[in-house]
Design a protein around this ligand. Structure first.
Ligand code: ADP
Ligand code: MG
Length: 698
C-alpha cells in the first residue's frame, strides 16, 4: 500500500517552505492529506468569461488568455516600477499593469495561460484597452478548467488566497493520483456518490459549468461525498462500539414484588403522564438481558429525579445495586438526601460518595459487599477503587455536563467487572434527535413534556444596571411575602476585573441593604461541609437570601425559593440561564426571575436575554441555544472523546448522516470486516486516532 498522505508533511509540496508550513499549521493543515481535504468555504463567481475583442471600457470583466510578454519597466520621471503583461485570447490583445509590484515578474512567463479579472479602461495615449491591477490566476496546464468559479479558503495573515490556491493546486498535481478510494463501491452506488479523486479535484476546481449556488450551499455531489465519508467513519465507529456493547450481558431485572408500587404510593403526589410512561419504558428495558441505554429528557422541574429513583427502587427490589452520578457535589448531596429520606423507610441503604467523602475505604468495602445498595455521588463513583457487587443500573443526571467519556468509563468498568449495568442518562437540555444519535449512538429516548400540575410559569424580567432600585424593591416584597431568594453572580471575587460584580461583594451588599434578612454565601471555594450546611439551611427555610455562584446551577431543588436574581445575566449562556431560572417555580407559589444586565451587550448576549423573556419552554430554549452556539460547543463534543467533524455538519447534513448511519449499521450487520479493506481500515484509524473511545478492532 502506498504511504498514507497524512504522513506526507506539507513541506513536501512544491512551494511550501518552513514559513508557509508554519502558517498552514495554524489552520490545522499539517500534511498533504490535510491540504487536499481543506475545503473552500465559499465559491466566487468570476462572472461570465469575455472575449478580449468584446471588452467595453467602464465595465468589469474576466478573460482567459495566454501570456505574450511580461515586462518590468521603470517610469522615467517618477521612477516607479510598472509590471506589464500583454496577453491574447485569439480575438485581441489586452495589456495589464501593476504598479510597484516588481516581484510579479517572476510569476508570469510567455505562453502561460492566465485568468484575469478587473475593470476595463481605455488608454488614450496608446489607444487601446487595458486593466490596472486585475486579480489574476495562473492556470496550470493547457486546457485547465479552473475557470469561472474561484474557490475561497479560510486564510490566515500572511497567507493569501492566491498562495493557498497554488498550494492546493500543487498538492492536487502531486498527490491526488496517490489518493485511494476507501469507500466500498456498493455504498457509493446506493447513495449516488462520486469517486474520491473526482470529488477532491472538483471541490477545488469545480469547472466552468459548475452550479455555484449548489456549491455555496454545500450540496454539490462532490462535497456531499466528502461529508458522507466523515459521517460514515463516525457512524461506523459508533456502530462497532454499539456491537461490542450489545455483546455485553446485563442483569435482567424482572418486574416482581411490590417495592416500586409501595414507593410510588408513598409519594406526596401522583406521577404525571410523562413520568409514568418513562417509568414504564425504563422498567421494560431493564427486564431485557442486554443493557438498556436510555436518555430521559425533560425540562427543568419536570420531575426526572422521581423517575430515576423509581428505576433505582426497581433494581434494588431484585437484590441488585444501583448508582446515581451527578455533576456537582451539591447536586449529589441533594439527591442523596432525597433518596435517603424516601428509601430509608423502605429499608434500602444508600450512601454518598464524592471526592470530599471521609472514610472512603469502609464505604468501598460496603459497596463491594453489596451492603450499600444505592451509591450516589459525583464522578468519584467511577474511580478505580469503587467495585460493585452486582451493579444493575447506572443513572447519570444532567448528562450534558459530563460528556461521553464518563459514560465510556462506566462501560469499560462494567466490562472488566462482569455484567454491564443498564444505563439511564437524564438531561434538561433536550437535543435534536440526530445529534443525540451522533453522540450516544443507538439510544432510546423518553421525554417528559409536561411540568407537574399546580405550577405557575416563572415570570421573567430584564433590568439594566441603572434599575437596581426596582430589583431591591422586588426582593423586599418577596421577602415580606415569605419567599426565599437566590442571587447568582458570575465570579467569586473579581480583583483584576473591577467592573465585574462578584459574589463576595454582592454578599456584603445584600447584608447592608437587607440588615434584617438572613443572608448567606455559597461558592465553590468553600469547604464541602460548609457548602452542605448552607444548602441544608436553605432547604430548611433558614436562609432568606442565598448569594451564590453557579454552583447551584443544576438540579438544586428548594421549593420555598421564589425569586432568582441573576447578576450580569449577559455573561451567562442560554442553557445556563434557563437552568438557573429553573431553581425557582418549584413550589405552588408564583415565582420570578430577574435578569440584571450590565451594558454594553454583545449581539449574542442580547439574543440570549430576548429568548429568556420570550419563553420558559426548555425545548425552545435548547433549540435557540443550539442555533446561537452551533453544535460543537453546544454538545461539548470537543471534550466528549468523539472525533471532531472537520467538514460535515450534523445539522446541515442531517440527511447524509442518516444515510451514513444506515450504511454503517448494514456494514456491521452483514458481517463485513474492516480488515477486508486496508484503505478503509486506515481511514478509520486516522479518523479515530487518539480518541478516548478509540476502536477496539473491527
Ligand atoms: P428535574 O426534572 O429538574 O430534575 P426534579 O426531579 O428536581 O426536577 O423535580 C422538581 C420538583 O418537582 C421536586 O420538588 C419534585 O419533588 C417535584 N415533583 C416531581 N414530580 C412531581 C409530580 N408528579 N407532582 C408534583 N410534584 C412533583
Ligand atoms: Mg434534576
Amino acid at each position: 500500500m502506498p504511504e498514507s498522505l497524512s504522513r506526507v508533511p506539507v513541506q513536501a509540496i512544491k512551494g511550501v517552505g518552513e514559513k508557509k508550513a508554519a502558517l498552514l499549521s495554524t489552520l490545522g493543515i499539517n500534511s498533504a492529506k490535510d491540504v487536499l481535504y481543506y475545503l473552500p468555504f465559499r465559491y466566487q463567481d468570476m462572472g461570465e468569461l469575455r472575449k478580449i475583442s468584446e471588452l467595453q471600457p467602464g465595465t468589469s470583466a474576466i478573460v482567459r488568455a495566454e501570456v505574450l510578454s511580461a515586462n518590468l519597466r521603470t517610469t522615467l520621471r517618477a521612477r516607479k516600477k510598472i509590471f506589464e503583461l500583454l496577453v491574447t485570447d485569439g480575438t485581441g490583445r489586452l495589456k495589464c499593469k501593476w504598479f510597484n509590484q516588481p516581484f510579479l515578474k517572476n510569476r508570469f512567463r510567455k505562453g502561460q495561460r492566465v485568468l484575469l479579472s478587473g475593470a476595463v479602461q481605455y488608454n488614450f495615449f496608446e489607444k487601446s484597452i487595458e486593466m490596472e491591477s486585475p486579480a489574476y490566476e495562473t492556470l496550470l496546464q493547457q486546457g485547465e478548467k479552473a475557470g469561472r468559479v474561484l474557490p475561497a479558503y479560510k486564510l490566515t495573515e500572511g497567507l493569501s488566497g492566491k498562495v493557498m490556491r497554488n498550494i492546493v493546486r500543487e498538492a492536487l498535481r502531486e498527490y491526488l493520483p496517490q489518493m485511494e478510494e476507501f469507500m466500498p463501491e456498493d455504498i457509493l452506488e446506493r447513495n449516488s456518490l462520486p469517486g474520491l479523486k473526482e470529488s477532491i479535484l472538483r471541490i477545488h476546481g469545480p469547472g466552468e459549468k459548475a452550479d455555484i449556488s449548489e456549491l455555496n450551499a454545500f450540496r454539490s455531489p462532490w462535497q456531499k461525498r466528502v461529508f458522507f465519508d466523515e459521517l460514515f467513519l463516525l457512524s461506523l465507529g459508533m456502530s462497532l462500539r454499539a456491537r461490542d456493547e450489545e455483546r455485553l450481558a446485563a442483569l435482567p431485572v424482572k418486574p416482581d414484588g411490590d417495592l416500586l408500587k409501595r414507593f410510588l404510593a408513598r409519594l406526596p403526589f401522583k406521577l404525571t403522564a410523562g413520568q409514568e410512561k418513562a417509568v414504564e419504558e425504563i422498567t421494560r428495558d431493564m427486564s431485557q438481558g442486554h443493557p438498556m441505554k436510555r436518555l430521559l429528557q425533560g425540562d427543568v422541574g419536570s420531575g426526572k429525579t422521581v423517575v430515576a429513583i423509581s428505576a433505582i427502587v426497581h433494581a434494588v427490589e431484585q437484590g441488585f445495586q444501583a448508582a446515581l452520578m451527578a455533576p456537582t457535589e451539591i447536586l449529589a448531596g441533594q439527591h442523596f438526601m432525597n433518596i435517603h429520606a424516601w428509601l430509608n423507610e423502605l429499608g434500602i441503604r444508600a450512601a454518598l460518595l464524592t471526592s470530599g467523602t471521609k472514610k472512603k475505604s469502609s464505604l468501598y468495602r460496603d459497596i463491594a459487599s453489596g451492603q450499600v445498595q444505592v451509591a450516589i455521588g459525583t464522578h468519584a463513583l467511577i474511580s478505580e477503587a469503587v467495585r460493585f457487587k452486582n451493579l444493575a443500573l447506572a443513572v447519570i443526571d444532567e448528562q450534558h455536563r459530563f460528556g461521553v467519556m464518563q459514560r465510556a468509563a462506566l462501560f469499560a468498568k462494567a466490562e472488566k467487572e462482569g455484567p454491564c449495568p443498564h444505563l439511564l442518562v437524564m438531561t434538561a437540555t433536550p437535543i435534536p434527535r440526530t445529534l443525540a444519535l451522533s453522540i450516544y449512538g443507538d439510544l432510546d429516548i423518553s421525554t417528559i413534556y409536561e411540568l407537574p400540575g399546580g405550577r405557575t410559569p416563572v415570570k421573567t424580567e430584564l433590568h439594566y444596571e441603572g434599575e437596581k432600585g426596582k430589583v431591591y424593591e422586588a426582593i423586599s416584597r418577596e421577602l415580606e411575602a415569605g419567599g426565599q431568594v437566590y442571587a447568582v453572580y458570575p465570579v467569586i471575587e473579581g480583583p483584576e476585573k473591577e467592573s465585574l460584580r462578584s459574589v463576595v461583594k454582592g454578599f456584603e451588599g445584600f447584608r447592608q441593604k437587607f440588615p434584617r434578612a438572613r443572608v448567606a454565601l455559597l461558592h465553590g471555594r468553600m469547604p464541602e461541609d460548609e457548602r452542605e450546611a448552607v444548602m441544608r439551611a436553605m432547604r430548611g427555610g433558614e436562609i432568606d437570601i442565598l448569594v451564590s455562584t453557579t454552583v447551584i446551577e443544576v438540579g438544586v431543588d428548594v421549593p420555598g425559593a421564589t425569586l432568582m436574581l441573576i447578576v450580569h445575566a449577559e455573561r451567562f449562556g442560554l442553557s445556563q440561564l434557563h437552568q438557573l431560572r429553573g431553581r425557582v417555580g418549584r413550589g405552588s407559589r408564583p415565582s420570578k426571575c430577574l435578569l440584571l444586565a450590565y451594558p454594553p451587550l454583545t449581539e449574542e448576549a442580547a439574543r440570549r436575554l430576548r429568548a429568556m423573556l420570550a419563553t420558559t419552554d426548555g425545548f425552545r430554549i435548547a433549540e435557540e441555544d443550539f442555533l446561537i452556539r452551533g453544535p460543537g460547543e453546544f454538545l461539548g463534543t470537543k471534550q466528549s472523546g468523539l472525533p471532531e467533524l472537520m467538514r460535515a455538519d450534523l445539522i446541515r447534513d442531517r440527511e447524509l448522516f442518516l444515510a451514513a448511519r444506515k450504511e454503517a449499521s448494514e456494514f456491521i450487520k452483514r458481517g463485513r470486516h474492516l480488515s477486508a479493506s486496508a484503505a478503509l481500515a486506515r481511514e478509520m484509524e486516522e479518523f479515530w486516532a487518539g480518541k478516548a473511545m478509540a476502536l477496539k478492532g473491527g
